[in-house]
Write a protein that binds this ligand. Structure first.
Ligand SMILES: [Zn+2]
Ligand SMILES: [Zn+2]
Length: 249
């Protein structure tokens, strides 16, 4: 549901001055994404949730009152974000190797101009593989059900925002420098997999420290429509070639 408003924004051309790419998706492409998501949620996500519930219970998941204090919930959520980002980074980077990209991850990259709902548009094998990054934190710590729901909701909102295709003045990446956000991940979607980078889900430091970040992709909040297109045209070819060489090692 969180991704739906961005379809309407794109179709109606509302707030288009904050759109990262000047290209728009066709209605047919948007409808294909919605149809596949409905199918995946019923056939993949729902069975996965049902199967993982006994595991969470075994690891200590509680649903009784009272609710946990914020002093417990907030550190847990922060730990989940950090852990998820680390596991996601390496899982995502592995998905960009030749065979896995061709047979699995290329599905997610069908949309070079992402919109909110494309955050969950992926091959079923990828949903299971990278879904592990989302549940590893709660699975280890056995949180309260309230904490688990809050974490899942924030994680969905975060990935929808990363794929929304808009960089607003109020975007979190303007406030928190270590937060990736839409402009960070949008760039990942538009490059060939051998020249790709920006693999992290939430933060930017994993890509910085592993030399897989695309330098200088951020555009200002009022840079205007297609600002990243202009930036891309100015990106030195040498840097793109260096990225490709690093990722082939
Ligand atoms: Zn990717
Ligand atoms: Zn993506």
């Amino acid at each position: 549901m969180a991704g739906l408003p961005f379809i309407f924004l794109e179709r109606a051309g509302i707030l288009s001055k904050y759109k990262i790419q000047s290209k728009n998706n066709t209605p047919a492409a948007q409808e294909k994404c919605i149809t596949h998501l409905l199918l995946y949620h019923i056939c993949v996500n729902l069975p996965l949730m049902l199967a993982s519930y006994p595991v969470f219970r075994y690891m200590g998941l509680r649903s009784s009152l009272p609710l946990p204090s914020w002093k417990v919930v907030l550190p847990q959520i922060l730990c989940y974000f950090v852990l998820e980002d680390f596991v996601f980074y390496w899982g995502h980077r592995i998905l960009h190797t030749k065979w896995l990209y061709k047979h699995v991850h290329s599905v997610h990259h069908e949309y070079a101009t992402p919109f909110g709902l494309t955050s969950e548009y992926a091959h079923p094998a990828e949903i299971l593989f990278l879904g592990f990054a989302t549940i590893v934190g709660p699975a280890i710590t056995g949180p309260h059900l309230f904490t688990l729901w809050l974490w899942m909701s924030l994680r969905v909102l975060e990935t929808v925002e990363a794929h929304c295709g808009y960089h607003f003045p109020w975007s979190l990446s303007n406030v928190f420098p270590l937060y990736g956000g839409a402009d960070f991940h949008d760039y990942h979607h538009r490059l060939l997999y051998t020249k790709s980078g920006n693999y992290s889900s939430t933060f930017t430091y994993m890509d910085w420290s592993c030399v897989s970040d695309i330098l200088g992709v951020r555009v200002g909040p009022s840079a205007g429509v297609g600002a990243q297109d202009q930036h891309l045209a100015k990106t030195p070819y040498l840097w793109s070639a260096a990225q490709g060489a690093i990722l082939c090692i």
